[in-house]
Design a protein around this ligand. Structure first.
Ligand SMILES: Cc1cc2nc3c(=O)[nH]c(=O)nc-3n(C[C@H](O)[C@H](O)[C@H](O)COP(=O)(O)OP(=O)(O)OC[C@H]3O[C@@H](n4cnc5c(N)ncnc54)[C@H](O)[C@@H]3O)c2cc1C
Length: 251
């Protein structure tokens, strides 16, 4: 039996998504037996216990009433973001939060003709004044402009500025369920999942790979759930674990 607990420091999951879609995802995950704890930060893990701290709703207005708790587990999956590799951090390029700062043409500052794109590059969203989220969609869009600008440099043509227009956002949240912001619409459920699959299928370049993946996904549609997907879970009580510990000690 498996028990899955999602610990999230923010007051919502999937913060980059539309609020209703994020709420839909949360409810779906709860329906599937996942315990979601918001405003909860992981403070340590010693291999057998995860220490968690529940964060205040209004930390500025009130006294710090954060509560410390412990979850007994030997399995902790850390998914709190990615960070650029040390090669970049230690490079001679100017960086911010470990990412290479680039100009409007995606060229590295003070290094004309050198380009940085994707997760390792820091490109600010002029609307929010925050860096764009590191996604494959952004990396792909930047790759096209960097390729154009490299060609322009060689041929003495005009370089193009990078302007990003997101095509939308998608995520699958379990079997046959997804969320998507697509063509300005917020879609959830089976249709969003279907859109997700078709978009990803269209991104596979080699036809034989595309067919293989399509067949695999079609088979998956007809048969029972994958072992890694959860539905029903039996919860053991703390007391039963204690009894088991004692038996272990005797043995
Ligand atoms: C779990 C997960 C899920 C994601 N899901 C999505 C999603 O659904 N949609 C989406 O748009 N984005 C998603 N992303 C983000 C997306 O994968 C990245 O934004 C995208 O891959 C960035 O492309 P990139 O070319 O900059 O870097 P990468 O794809 O990371 O490519 C960098 C490559 O450089 C190699 N490398 C590193 N160091 C060296 C070195 N010293 N020498 C040589 N090679 C080196 C790495 O091995 C890697 O292959 C996800 C990321 C993760 C981790």
């Amino acid at each position: 039996d498996i028990r899955v607990i999602v610990l999230e420091a923010l007051p919502m999951i999937l913060p980059g998504f539309n609020e209703k879609l994020a709420e839909f995802s949360k409810q779906k995950m709860i329906e599937r037996g996942i315990d979601i704890r918001l405003r909860t930060a992981v403070t340590s893990f010693d291999g057998t216990e995860v220490t968690i701290k529940s964060l205040d709703e209004n930390p500025k207005d009130s006294m710090d009433e954060s509560k410390i708790d412990v979850i007994r587990t030997k399995t902790l999956i850390w998914t709190a973001g990615v960070t650029p590799v040390n090669t970049i951090k230690r490079s001679m390029f100017k960086t911010d939060k470990g990412k290479v700062i680039v100009n409007d043409f995606l060229e590295v500052l003070e290094f004309p003709g050198v380009f940085a794109i994707g997760d390792c590059a820091l490109f600010m969203d002029p609307k929010t004044n925050r860096p764009f989220a590191p996604t494959a969609q952004l990396a792909e869009a930047q790759a096209k402009i960097a390729a154009h600008n490299l060609h322009a440099l060689i041929k003495n043509l005009e370089k193009r500025k990078f302007e990003y227009h997101s095509k939308g956002q998608m995520a699958i949240i379990g079997k046959r369920t997804g969320i998507a912001t697509f063509l300005g619409m917020n879609i959830s459920g089976f249709l969003a999942w279907l859109i997700w699959r078709n978009v990803y299928l269209s991104k596979i370049t080699l036809p034989d790979k595309k067919i293989r993946v399509f067949i695999d996904w079609a088979i998956d549609l007809l048969f029972d759930r994958d072992i890694s997907r959860l539905k029903l879970m039996k919860r053991e009580t703390e007391k039963e674990y204690k009894v088991l510990d004692e038996v272990d000690d005797v043995w």
